[in-house]
Write a protein that binds this ligand. Structure first.
Ligand SMILES: Cc1ncc(COP(=O)(O)O)c(C=O)c1O
Length: 502
């Protein structure tokens, strides 16, 4: 039979796929009449409806032609190659990856822009994703994610349902590329009270996560060849897009207090500085006030912009709160970037920028050209969530839970790893770094394997360095673990280290 079912996915998709392939491989000839749907359905043991759906889909795609009264025929001229993600995306069948017709022409490598060439050259191997692989280990010290079970999802879904049900035509149309006025207003209030940010709603541009904000900074402020300072080690969410835009990366060392501002001042002038002052990523230092002021002074003297990534500034467990750099900046050199990914969840894809006045319009234009604006219903829900006091309540509650998890981690490291491992960077945020002086960084993967053998997930810091450090360092995220599991996990890390002779 020229059509065969492969058992993958819904029946109508199986029939569509197989029939398309039969046409492309010539198992049915151009112009040939196909069996009646009733006949083929009987032969395949499926309903006639299934066949009707498949014939209709392939007629829409141009592989088949229906002639009233005469039946359905294979088209004599076949359509061009299907789009990369399957014609289903266009026609609503949802069927992934439909192959295009075989072509005898040699395929030429596409001509890529210099941006794309640089992006490919610098990209990490394999799939580009912000999700750490889920290995299914029992004691997973994943980092970079909120504690999902702590999320007030019921409240969120209630607010979402209300906004969706009541959406007016105006709400369903395109909205302001800078973001909905409601969210910008709510964020201006929240950021002033929680992060010491000085701004009006007009200075805020809503982005799809802080990653889009970083990309917009590259578009608006960076030309190929511009030197841009990054922390060493640094958040690769900065370095990959910067390199793709042709920036020359200038790594500046960090210590237990974050960016070494003296080293920055001693280096050649840069166009901009990308920094994570509230919780240096990945090593966890909190930039002290003197360094903040020195950085701002340097920016004012040299005209460099400062990109402040305030990604988990809300989770602070020690010391007096330090206002954001933006809140201390009298000279309009700081661009603050924040995200709902840590406060709520990454799938929201909502971030924000607080911009100097003179940069608002260029950023609004770049944002409009990138995507005409972020999804507005979710923005309205976030605005309701903030104005209803739910965000403050959620942060208060999760700070208490995260403080307990953090304490468990500190205690467990003292108990199980005394003298063998040093925990740094836990004054803020949701992760710490375990430094193992007795294990050179060349053996770091051995530690990860030994931990995995004991059902424990730890994550390398080395990926964030431009020059490898001497000793092994691993990231320990504690947001997703209960305190008892934190303790057991660290006890197992201790066994893993012992198995490596540490
Ligand atoms: C340093 C840092 N900034 C920002 C983010 C959040 O990025 P986004 O807002 O694009 O989800 C992350 C996520 O892991 C991060 O580690």
């Amino acid at each position: 039979m020229f059509v065969e079912l492969d058992g993958q996915g819904p029946l109508h998709q199986q029939v569509t796929r197989s029939l398309r392939e039969a046409v492309l491989c010539g198992r049915v000839a151009p112009g040939e009449r196909l069996p009646a749907t009733r006949t083929l359905a009987r032969e395949l043991g499926v309903s006639r409806n299934t066949l009707l759906q498949a014939y209709e889909q392939l007629t829409d795609e141009g592989y088949l032609v229906a002639r009233t009264g005469a039946g359905t025929f294979v088209a004599s001229a076949l359509p061009g190659p299907a789009p990369l993600h399957g014609s289903g995306a266009l026609h609503g069948s949802g069927e992934p990856g439909a192959p295009g017709p075989a072509t005898t022409r040699a395929t030429r490598a596409p001509e890529l822009s210099s941006y794309a060439r640089r992006a490919l050259e610098g990209a990490p191997r394999g799939r580009v994703s912000w999700n750490l692989p889920r290995r299914g280990v029992r004691y997973d010290f994943r980092y970079g994610e909120p504690a999902y079970p702590d999320l007030p999802l019921e409240t969120w879904s209630r607010l979402l349902g209300r906004r969706a049900r009541r959406a007016s035509v105006m709400r369903l149309a395109y909205s302001d590329p800078a973001g909905t006025p409601e969210l910008r207003e709510a964020l201006a209030g929240y950021l002033a009270r929680a992060r010491g940010v000085r701004c009006t709603p007009e200075r805020i541009v809503i982005t799809r996560g802080s990653q889009q904000a970083i990309d917009l900074v590259c578009r608006v402020l960076i030309d190929p060849g511009d030197p841009v300072a990054i922390e060493e080690p640094h958040y690769t969410g900065f370095s990959y897009p910067l390199a793709a835009h042709g920036a020359k990366l200038v790594p500046i060392p960090v210590d237990e207090s974050g960016l070494d501002v003296d080293a920055l001042r001693a280096s050649a002038p840069v166009r901009g500085v990308c920094t994570t002052p509230s919780h240096q990523f990945p090593l966890g230092g909190v930039l002290p006030l003197e360094r903040r002021l020195s950085l701002l002074e340097h920016a004012a003297e040299t005209g460099a912009f400062v990109l402040e990534d305030d990604y988990d500034g809300e989770y602070r467990f020690e010391g007096r709160p330090i206002p954001s750099l933006q809140g201390l900046d009298a000279d309009e050199n700081v661009l603050l970037v924040g995200t709902a990914s840590k406060l709520l969840f990454p799938a929201l894809r909502i971030g924000w920028m607080v911009l100097p006045e003179a940069l608002v319009r260029p950023f609004c234009i770049a944002k409009a050209y990138a995507d005409t604006g972020s999804a507005s219903i979710e923005q309205l829900v976030l605005a309701d969530f903030i104005e209803g006091g739910h965000l403050d309540r959620h942060i208060r509650r999760s700070r208490i839970k995260n403080a307990a998890r953090r304490e468990a981690l500190q205690r467990a490291v003292e108990t199980h790893l005394a003298g063998r491992g040093e925990l740094v960077g836990t004054r803020a945020g949701l992760h710490g770094v375990l430094r193992v002086p007795g294990l050179p960084s060349s053996r770091e993967s051995e530690l990860r394997r030994a931990c995995a053998d004991r059902d424990v997930g730890v994550y390398p810091v080395r990926a964030y360095y431009t020059t490898l450090p001497a000793t092994t360092e691993v990231l320990l995220g504690y947001g997703a673990l209960e305190p008892a599991d934190v303790d057991e996990g660290v006890a197992r890390i201790s066994e893993a280290l012992a198995s490596l002779g540490v």
